[in-house]
Design a protein around this ligand. Structure first.
Ligand code: NAD
Length: 366
C-alpha cells in the first residue's frame, strides 16, 4: 500500500520515527534528492490518523521538490510531520528525539519550521543535529523568513506587470492583498513604498488597522476582496481562494501572492488563463523564504539572500515563457520547468548521498 503510493508520487525514502518514552510519532518523507539534500519544514498537527499524516507528508515533500527546482536551488524536496497537538504535546524530549532521527539520515533530509512549530522547538532539534535550517539568528541562523518571502513576492509581481502591461512600475497599479500577517504586512509596506494603491483585508482587525494607520492602505470587508477593482490580486492568507465561486467576480488582471496552493484545482488555473488573467504560480513566487534558509548551508549572509531573491523575477518570467512556448497554462509550465531542471541535472549528477563539504559554517550553540 505505502510502496504503491510512494511509487506513484516518486518518493525515494519514507522514514517512520517512533520513541514511546517521549511520545514521538513522526514521518519524514524524502521525495527527490537529484538536485541536493531534501529540505523542507517540520509540521506538527493533530492528524486524525496515520494515513492522514502520511498523505500530508507525501504531498508536501513532493511540493518542496518542485519549489526548490524552480527556485534554481541545489536542494531536493522533503518534509517531516509529527502527529500531535502543538498546544499540548510539545516537550524537549519530543524534539530532541526527532532531531536524532533527522541526524540519522546523514544530511539527506534537512528540517526547518512549518505549521505548529516555532523557533524554540527548533532549538531542541538543533541540539541533536546540524541538519536543521532557519535556526535563531543568535546561532548564526537566518531568522524569520517572512520579509524575504514578501520581497520575493514583489519580484514576482514585477515580472507579471511587465508581461501583462509592458511596464514594471509597481506604483502605477492597484493591489488587493488578502491576509496581512507576517508576509502580507511586509508586502504592503513594499507596495506602499512605491506609492501604490493597496486594498487589504484580514480576519484579524488589528492587523488591518495597522495597515490602514501605518501604511495608508484601504480596508475592505473579508468577502469584498474578490470584487475590488484592482489590477493585482495577492493572496497572502489561505490556499484555495481562486475557485469557481470567486473567479467570476474577478476584475483583476494578475494573480500573484505568497499563499500556498492558491488554485482550488488545476482547472481553476486553466480558467484564469481563459479569462485573460495572468497567474504567477504560487510556489515560484513565494520561494523567498526557502532561498533565505538555503543560504544557511554555506554560512548565512543576508546580502546574499537579498540578491538571490531577485532571481524570482527571472524564474517567474521563465515560467511565462515556457507557457507561451508550449501553449500551456502557467501552473503547468511551472511544473514543467521543475521537471526539466531535475531531468537535466539528473543526467550530470548521482542522487545525493551526503555532502563532501562542511555545512552550516559560522554557527554555534553558545
Ligand atoms: P500569517 O499566519 O502570519 O498570516 C496570515 C494572515 O492571514 C493572518 O493575519 C490571518 O489572520 C489572515 N487570514 C486567515 N484567514 C483569512 C481569511 N479567510 N481572510 C483574510 N485573512 C485571513 O502567515 P504568513 O507567514 O504571513 O503566511 C501567509 C501565507 O504565505 C500562507 O499561506 C503561507 O503558507 C505562505 N507562505 C509563507 C511564507 C513565509 O515566509 N512566512 C513562505 C512561503 C509561503
Amino acid at each position: 500500500m505505502v510502496f504503491e503510493t510512494i511509487g506513484q508520487l516518486g518518493h525515494e525514502q519514507v522514514v517512520f520515527c517512533h520513541n514511546k518514552d517521549v511520545g514521538l510519532k513522526a514521518i519524514v518523507a524524502v521525495h527527490n534528492t537529484t538536485l541536493g539534500p531534501a529540505l523542507g519544514g517540520l509540521r506538527m498537527w493533530p492528524y486524525k490518523n496515520e494515513q492522514e499524516a502520511l498523505n500530508d507528508v507525501l504531498r508536501l515533500s513532493r511540493g518542496m521538490t518542485y519549489k526548490a527546482a524552480v527556485a534554481g536551488l541545489n536542494l531536493g524536496g522533503g518534509k517531516g510531520v509529527i502527529i500531535g497537538d502543538p498546544s499540548r504535546d510539545k516537550s524537549e524530549g519530543l524534539f530532541r528525539a526527532f532531531g536524532r532521527f533527522v541526524n540519522s539520515l546523514g544530511g539527506r533530509y534537512i528540517t526547518a519550521e512549518d505549521v505548529g512549530i516555532d523557533v524554540n522547538d527548533m532549538e531542541y532539534v538543533f541540539q541533536e543535529t546540524d541538519y536543521v535550517s532557519g535556526v535563531h539568528q543568535v546561532h548564526g541562523g537566518s531568522g524569520d523568513p517572512s520579509p524575504f518571502t514578501a520581497a520575493g513576492t514583489l519580484q514576482g509581481i514585477m515580472t507579471s506587470l511587465h508581461v501583462r502591461f509592458g511596464t514594471e512600475e509597481v506604483g502605477k497599479f492597484s493591489y488587493a492583498v488578502q491576509g496581512v500577517g507576517h508576509v502580507g504586512y511586509e508586502l504592503c509596506k513594499l507596495l506602499r513604498a512605491e506609492k501604490a494603491k493597496v486594498f487589504v483585508t484580514d480576519i484579524n482587525r488589528a492587523a488591518v488597522q495597522r495597515c490602514v494607520e501605518e501604511l495608508g492602505c484601504e480596508a475592505v470587508a473579508l468577502d469584498e476582496i474578490y470584487d475590488v477593482d484592482a489590477d493585482v490580486y495577492s493572496p497572502c492568507a489561505l490556499g484555495g481562494t481562486v475557485n469557481e465561486k470567486t473567479m467570476p467576480r474577478f476584475k483583476f488582471k494578475i494573480v500573484c501572492g505568497a499563499a500556498n496552493n492558491q488554485l482550488a484545482t488545476d482547472e481553476c488555473g486553466d480558467e484564469l488563463e481563459r479569462r485573460g488573467i495572468l497567474y504567477a504560480p504560487d510556489y515560484a513566487v513565494n520561494a523567498g523564504g526557502l532561498m533565505n534558509v538555503s543560504i544557511e548551508l554555506d554560512g548565512y549572509d543576508r546580502e546574499r539572500a537579498m540578491r538571490m531573491l531577485r532571481s524570482i523575477y527571472y524564474n517567474v518570467g521563465m515560467i511565462f515563457k515556457i507557457a507561451k512556448r508550449d501553449g500551456i497554462a502557467t501552473w503547468k509550465a511551472a511544473d514543467r520547468m521543475a521537471e526539466e531542471r531535475i531531468s537535466t541535472i539528473g543526467k550530470v549528477k548521482l542522487p545525493y548521498m551526503g555532502s563532501a563539504r562542511p555545512m552550516f559554517k559560522g554557527r554555534s550553540r553558545n
